[in-house]
Design a protein around this ligand. Structure first.
Ligand code: SF4
Length: 334
């Protein structure tokens, strides 16, 4: 099977006990059934602690409820007791996978590294060049992919090329990116994916209402992971807008576009995901004067990319006036 990863993927190493924002805090990890069954067999004090800690959450998933905001197995040196005593293979699938996001498309797989992880975030923003991707083969058998992928893959390549066309200012590229996505969405809405190669940029109606502060108020209304997030959003509302360098913003756009655009095969919704890409860039840019660009991206990724309810609510909001396409355009044209 073909597996595609960002060009910095092989350089990723978990910071473990030195991590300033460990992923073993603030969110509860879902424990897979195999790991839970194994924990039933672990002898000694650790086995007893595993069995006592394991609970079902309100969704019926097995998890280790947090203790003071931390995983109960995170020790005083910010190391995992399960990993230390039993090895990495004994940790849950979620723990072994994090910070990887894996998307399986049947005939190929794509893996990215969450920008909420400080080590992955530093790799993403640690280069000035365009973000590229590597593909390698594994021994795994391929399955048949969705037929829409035949058309969506080249379309995504065009959209990524638009984002990385450094002959133009980034904001102009983002307008073209949305414009092409809008035109492509029309093909998908009419169940004509074979017309995607002919999709061209379309003309937008004039922009009206601004994106901010409505966007920040909307983010504050979602589920909150970090108690400081609403305060950061408030500070960003009051802060003076400061243009950020284009190269890292472009890499952020490509990071989100690569991860989300192909998911349109699940529900035919390409445009909302393209809007998510632009929204992420504009919001991170807006937060950056308060906490710096890498931290702004890390916080946005943690709050949105790791909470399916928040992600769904955001995609939904692009279809209504709150965060309409028109508002995104107004912000790009300011
Ligand atoms: S957030 Fe990243 S670097 Fe930090 S502990 Fe988790 S995987 Fe390791």
């Amino acid at each position: 099977m073909r597996v595609t990863v960002p060009d910095y993927y092989e350089n990723f190493h978990c910071l473990a006990g030195n991590c300033p924002h460990t992923c073993c805090e603030k969110w509860e990890v879902v424990i897979d059934e195999d790991s839970a069954a194994f924990y039933e067999t672990v002898p000694g004090p650790l086995g007893g602690k595993l069995r006592t800690a394991l609970k079902r959450d309100e969704d019926g998933d097995l998890c280790f409820p947090l203790n003071g905001g931390r995983c109960p197995f995170l020790d005083g040196e910010n190391l995992c007791e399960i990993h230390k005593e039993l090895g990495e293979a004994a940790t849950s699938v979620t723990c072994q996978e994090h910070p990887r996001f894996t998307e399986d498309y049947g005939s190929f797989r794509e893996v990215t590294l969450s920008a909420s992880c400080p080590a992955a975030n530093a790799l993403l923003l640690g280069s000035e060049g365009p973000l590229t991707f590597h593909t390698f083969e594994t021994d795994e058998a391929e399955e048949e992919g969705d037929e829409w992928l035949t058309y969506l893959l080249p379309l995504r390549a065009r959209l990524l090329d638009t984002l990385t066309d450094r002959s133009r200012p980034l904001r102009s590229r983002l307008v073209s990116f949305l414009s092409l996505a809008l035109s492509a969405q029309d093909c998908l809405d009419h169940d004509r994916p074979e017309d995607l190669p002919e999709a061209e940029e379309t003309v937008f109606p004039p922009a009206e209402a601004p994106l901010f502060p409505a966007a920040l108020e909307f983010l504050a209304s979602l589920e909150i992971l970090d108690a400081d997030w609403p305060a950061l959003l408030k500070q960003a509302e009051a802060a003076e807008k400061t243009p950020q360098p284009e190269a890292p913003l472009e890499r952020i756009a490509v990071y989100f576009a690569f991860r989300y655009l192909l998911k349109a095969i699940n529900d035919g919704d390409l445009l909302s995901r393209a809007e998510l890409v632009v929204f992420a860039v504009l919001t991170v840019e807006r937060l950056a004067p308060v906490c710096g660009l890498p931290e702004a991206l890390r916080r946005f990724s943690a709050e949105i990319e790791h909470d399916d309810d928040n992600l769904d609510a955001l995609l939904e909001a692009f279809r209504v006036e709150t965060l309409s396409l028109n508002r995104l355009l107004a912000e790009l044209e300011m």
